[in-house]
Ligand binder design. Sequence first.
Ligand code: MN3
Length: 202
Amino acid sequence: MAFELPPLPYGFDALEPIIDAQTMQIHHDRHHGTYVNNLNAAIEKHPELGGKSIEELLGNLDAVPEDIRTTVRNNGGGHLNHAIFWTIMKPNGGGEPSGAIAQAIDSAFGSFAAFKEALSAAAVGQFGSGWGWAYLENGRLVVKGFPNQDNPVMVGGKPIFGVDVWEHAYYLKYQNRRADYVAAWWGTLDWAEINRRYEAAR
Ligand code: MN3
């Protein structure tokens, strides 16, 4: 069973003006689509891996045959990262978190403002291409920058939500102003979905 590009759960223009429609279309259809195609091409060389989930593959990369390991890391990571990314955003999102994730944020960071500053700094400070992730590490909520298409599952973490800081995610609208993009991105968040992911992860 091949991996599939999940449909975007809203229109390309749904996150305007924070993320422009052209960026969303290229990002989802071409970038994410290419990660899925490359991942499937690699898995085809090792049919014995066909039944594994993307989390299983990335959570134990040492068990992935060496000839496709880097391809699976980069393209499988790209698939998982984006599959999560589309779902944790929504039209008219943002605002303050509530529920269990709000409690976890307060418990680990003291306040939503401090958490927001920490995740934004991790994302903006990630050198080159990568992501800023909020994830569970031994049950505790942490934030960290990850290079390329690496995902917290590769270090035993459980990804809750993250922000793509590859230039393809923001350059058409924000050019080099990554910090402006990250600051605006908070206005897209779907806290109900983030709560659902947190509840499932803990
Ligand atoms: Mn991307």
